[in-house]
Design a protein around this ligand. Structure first.
Ligand SMILES: C[S@@+](CC[C@H](N)C(=O)[O-])C[C@H]1O[C@@H](n2cnc3c(N)ncnc32)[C@H](O)[C@@H]1O
Length: 379
C-alpha cells in the first residue's frame, strides 16, 4: 500500500493526539528511573521521522528531547544519561533526505539547549527497523527503556517484534497501528502473515477495530506473562474513515497506572479513544420507555459492585487489580466502594477505600472490605 509522507504536510489532529500521548507518557515515565538513580535509561524511537512537520510542529524525537530538558534539574545533579536511539529510514527511496533532516533538527535543538547535551546521548540510525530492532534488543533488556514504534501500517506487529517486547521486563512500549487496514486488507497475503483473524474482528464494530486488534494480540502473550496491553483508538482521514491507534504495553503496575491516568484524562467518558467508541453519548439520553443501556463507566461500576457484594473482591489490592484489568482508573472503583459504605452495605476502616497505586504498591496499606451482612452475622 502506498504510504503518504507524513512530513510533507502538517501533522493532522490524529497525529498530534498520538504524539501528545507519547510525550505525556514519556514525561510520566522518565522521573520514575531518575528518582531511583538509574545511571542509564534509554528511549528507542524506531520510526523517528524528521524532527518536525512542515509547519514546525515537533515530532517524537524533539518531544523526547523537550521531555528530557524539562527534567534536567533532576537528571544533571545525579549524572544520569538518557540514551536516545533515533532511527529513520525510507525503504523506497535511495536518498537519505529525512534522516539528514532528523539529525539536523536534533543537533540544532541540542545547540540551543547546551545543558541537554550533558544529559543526553543520541544514537542516530538509518536502517530498516526490521534489521535494527533485533540488534538493539540486548541494550533494551539491560536498561530501563521506553520504546516507540510509530510505524506506517501494521507490519511491525508481527511476532518477531511484538513477542520480543513481551520478553522485556523493564521496557514500556507504545506501538502505533493502522488497525482499520487489517479490517480492509486482512485477507491479502501480505496481511495474513500477521495472523489476525479478520472474521473475528468484523464481529465487532468498525469503530472498535483497534480494540479488537489488541484483544487478539493479548492472546499471543504467554499465559503467565506480566505484560498488559491497553488501546487508545484514534480516527483519521477527512471523514474519520480510518481507525488507527496506540497500543500501550508494560509489565509494571506503576506504568499501567500512569498510562490509564493519561488516557482517561484525554477522554473522561471511555478512556480509550478520541471519539465516542461505544456510543455512550446516546446511552445517557434518557428515554421514557426504553431500558437504558449502560455506559462503559456505569457497566464497570455495576461489575465492581457485584464483585464487592458477592465477596469476590475483599480488599484494596483486589479492587485495584480489577480496575487495571478492566482498563479503568482506580478512582472509578473507589467511588463504588465509597457509595456502598455510605449505603451501609460495605464497611472498611476510615473514610477511604485506599484504592490507589501508592496505597497498594508504593507504601502498601492493606484495607479489608467487610460486607455489612457478614458483619451483622458475626456480631
Ligand atoms: C509515522 S512516521 C513517524 C513519525 C515520527 N514519529 C514523528 O513524530 O514525526 C514513520 C516514519 O518511519 C519511516 N519508515 C518507514 N518504514 C521504515 C522502516 N522499515 N524502518 C525505519 N523507518 C521507516 C518513514 O520514513 C517515516 O518517517
Amino acid at each position: 500500500m502506498a504510504v503518504k509522507d507524513l512530513h510533507e504536510k502538517p501533522f493532522d489532529q490524529g497525529t498530534i493526539a498520538k504524539l501528545e500521548i507519547f510525550q505525556d507518557y514519556a514525561k510520566a515515565w522518565l522521573p520514575t528511573f531518575v528518582m531511583r538513580n538509574r545511571p542509564k535509561v534509554c528511549v528507542f524511537d524506531f520510526f523517528a521521522g524528521t524532527g518536525y512537520d512542515k509547519e514546525g510542529t515537533p515530532g517524537s524525537p524533539i518531544r523526547t528531547l523537550q521531555t528530557i530538558r524539562e527534567q534536567l534539574h533532576e537528571i544533571l545533579p545525579k549524572g544520569i544519561k538518557v540514551h536516545v536511539h533515533l532511527n529513520e529510514f525510507e525503504p523506497t527511496k535511495s536518498q537519505q533526505r529525512k534522516f539528514e533532516a532528523l539529525k539536523q533538527a536534533c543537533e540544532e535543538f541540542l545547540d540551543q539547549n547546551k545543558d541537554l547535551r550533558r544529559a543526553t546521548v543520541i544514537h542516530y540510525h538509518n536502517e530498516d527497523c526490521g534489521n535494527l530492532f533485533p540488534r538493539l534488543l540486548s541494550e533494551m533488556n539491560e536498561h530501563p527503556s521506553l520504546v516507540y514504534m510509530d510505524q506506517n501500517g501494521v507490519k511491525f506487529l508481527a511476532d518477531q517484534y511484538f513477542l520480543e517486547l513481551e520478553k522485556q521486563r523493564e521496557t514500556d512500549f507504545l506501538y502505533f497501528a493502522s488497525s482499520s487496514y487489517i479490517w480492509r486488507l486482512g485477507e491479502t497475503p501480505e496481511f495474513q502473515q500477521l495472523g489476525f483473524d479478520v472474521d473475528e474482528l468484523k464481529k465487532g464494530t468498525y469503530s472498535s477495530v483497534h480494540r479488537g486488534v489488541i484483544e487478539q494480540l493479548r492472546r499471543r502473550i504467554p499465559p503467565k506473562s506480566p505484560l498488559r496491553l491497553y488501546p487508545f483508538s484514534l480516527k483519521k482521514g477527512k471523514r474519520g474513515e480510518n481507525v488507527f491507534g496506540i497500543i500501550f504495553g508494560a509489565t509494571h503496575p506503576r506504568a499501567v497506572d500512569k498510562f490509564l491516568a493519561i488516557s482517561w484524562k484525554r477522554n473522561v467518558v471511555n478512556g480509550e479513544a478520541d471519539y465516542d467508541i461505544d456510543g455512550d453519548a446516546k446511552k445517557v439520553q434518557t428515554t421514557l420507555f426504553d431500558v437504558q443501556p449502560l455506559t462503559k463507566i456505569q457497566k464497570f461500576k455495576e461489575n465492581v459492585k457485584a464483585k464487592l457484594l458477592a465477596g469476590e473482591i475483599t480488599d484494596n489490592f483486589g479492587l485495584l487489580e480489577f480496575a487495571y484489568e478492566e482498563g479503568h482508573i482506580p478512582a472509578h472503583a473507589a467511588e463504588v466502594a465509597k457509595e456502598l459504605k455510605a449505603a451501609k452495605r460495605l464497611d472498611y476502616e476510615g473514610t477511604s477505600p485506599l484504592v490507589t497505586y501508592d496505597n497498594v504498591y508504593k507504601n502498601p496499606r492493606p484495607q479489608k472490605y467487610v460486607l455489612a451482612k457478614a458483619k451483622t452475622a458475626a456480631v
